[in-house]
Design a protein around this ligand. Structure first.
Ligand code: CTP
Length: 318
C-alpha cells in the first residue's frame, strides 16, 4: 500500500473496514507491505508508532519512510520511500523471503571507522560496507525494523532501513550501545579501528624538517566484546549478538579464539586478502555458532550470505 497515510495505518492496525480499500486489506491473506507517507510530526506521534508496532507484530512489513522534502514547505522523515526502494522490498517478499523477522528490532553496523589524525587525514580501512548493507537490506525484507549504523559508506540507503551515519569508533560505539538497549539482535559487521591517535590535531599537521612526527595511538574500546559484557552484567541486551571476523590466515582457529574472547553468539569468519571480500559483490564465510557446528557458506552474492546469517539468527530467536 503506497502511499500509506497515518489514517490508513490506524485503520489497518484496528481492523476497520469502512471502505473498499480497508475491506480489501482486512481480507488479505498475502504478505502486506506498507510504504508510509506523512508529515514528520504524524509519523513520530505515539499513536502512529503504536499502530506501526501493532502491524509489524502481526507480520505486516512497514517500510521506514524516507527523509526529505514533504508535501508542504517542510522536510524531514515521512517522505514516501523511493519507488525503486518499494519495488525492491516487494520483490524480496515475492521471492519467498518469509517475514520471519517481523516485529524484531535489529541493529547492523557497517563500513569502516575513520580515526582523525588532523582535519584532513585519518586512519581508515578498506571496508566498503557492502556486506553490512546486504544484512540490513535482507533483514528489512524479512520484516525486521532495522537500524543501520554506517561508518563512512558511499552506498545508497537500503530500502526501509533507518540509517545513522557515524565516522569514528567512539561515535559508532555510542550509537550501537544506545540502539542495542531495545534491540533483539545486533550484528557488528563494521570494521572498527583497533587504535586511534591519542589526540587529533586541531590544525593540519605541517611537514617541518625532514623527519615525520610520530603519531601516538591509543586503544579503542572493543564494542562487540562490550555488548557481551553488558549482557553478562544484566544490562538490557539483545538476545543475539553477532560479529564478523576478518582473518588472513588460520581462519578457523583464529575465529574460534576470537569468538571465545568476545563472548558473542555467532561469528561470521571471512578470509580476507588480495581480491577477497573487500569491495566485491561476492563473499564466502564460515559461521561459528555458540554450542553448535560451524556452517560453511560457499562463495556467492553478499545478499545470499546475509540470508544464511539471518536464518541462523532467526533460529536462535524462537
Ligand atoms: N570490533 C568491535 N570493536 C573493535 C574492534 C572490532 O566491535 N574495537 C568487532 C568488529 O565489528 C567485528 C569483530 O569485532 O564484528 C571482529 O573484528 P576483527 O577486526 O576481526 O577483530 P579484532 O578484535 O580487531 O582482532 P584482531 O585485530 O586481533 O584480528
Amino acid at each position: 500500500m503506497a502511499p500509506a497515510t497515518a489514517d490508513i495505518l490506524a485503520k489497518a492496525a484496528h481492523g476497520l473496514a469502512s471502505d473498499l480499500l480497508t475491506n480489501t486489506l482486512l481480507t488479505a491473506r498475502c504478505p502486506v507491505v506498507f510504504a508510509p507517507a506523512m508529515h514528520t510530526e504524524m509519523w513520530e506521534h505515539p499513536a502512529t508508532q503504536a499502530n506501526v508496532a501493532t502491524l509489524r507484530a502481526r507480520g505486516a512489513i512497514v517500510i521506514e519512510p524516507a527523509v526529505g522534502r514533504l508535501t508542504g514547505a517542510d522536510s524531514g522523515k515521512g517522505r514516501l520511500p523511493d519507488p525503486a526502494a518499494i519495488f525492491e522490498v516487494c520483490r524480496n517478499v515475492l521471492k519467498g523471503a518469509t517475514p520471519d523477522l517481523a516485529g524484531r528490532r535489529v541493529v547492523v553496523s557497517a563500513g569502516g571507522t575513520r580515526e582523525a589524525i588532523d582535519p584532513v587525514r585519518f586512519i581508515g580501512n578498506r571496508s566498503s560496507g557492502m556486506q553490512g548493507y546486504a544484512l540490513a537490506r535482507v533483514a528489512a525484507a524479512r520484516g525486521a525494523s532495522v537500524t543501520l549504523v554506517a561508518a563512512n559508506v558511499s552506498l545508497p540507503d537500503p530500502a526501509g532501513v533507518d540509517v545513522v551515519r557515524v565516522e569514528s569508533a567512539l561515535q559508532l560505539r555510542e550509537t550501537v550501545l544506545a540502539a542495542a538497549l531495545d534491540a533483539d539482535v545486533v550484528v557488528m559487521a563494521a570494521a572498527v579501528a583497533d587504535f586511534r591517535p591519542v589526540a587529533a590535531s586541531r590544525t593540519k599537521i605541517k611537514k617541518t624538517g625532514d623527519e615525520p612526527e610520530a603519531i601516538h595511538l591509543t586503544k579503542n574500546p572493543d564494542i562487540l566484546a562490550e555488548l557481551g559484557e553488558r549482557r553478562r552484567a544484566g544490562v538490557k541486551s539483545p538476545a543475539v549478538i553477532a560479529g564478523f571476523a576478518a582473518e588472513t590466515d588460520d581462519v578457523l582457529a583464529n575465529g574460534q579464539a576470537k569468538m571465545a574472547r568476545k563472548g558473542c553468539d555467532l561469528l561470521v569468519v571471512n578470509q580476507v586478502g588480495e581480491n577477497l571480500a573487500f569491495g566485491t559483490p561476492d563473499n564466502a564465510a564460515t559461521v561459528l555458532v555458540a554450542e553448535g557446528e560451524p556452517v560453511e557458506i560457499p562463495r556467492g552474492p553478499k545478499d545470499d550470505l546475509a540470508g544464511v546469517v539471518w536464518d541462523l539468527i532467526a533460529a536462535r530467536l524462537v
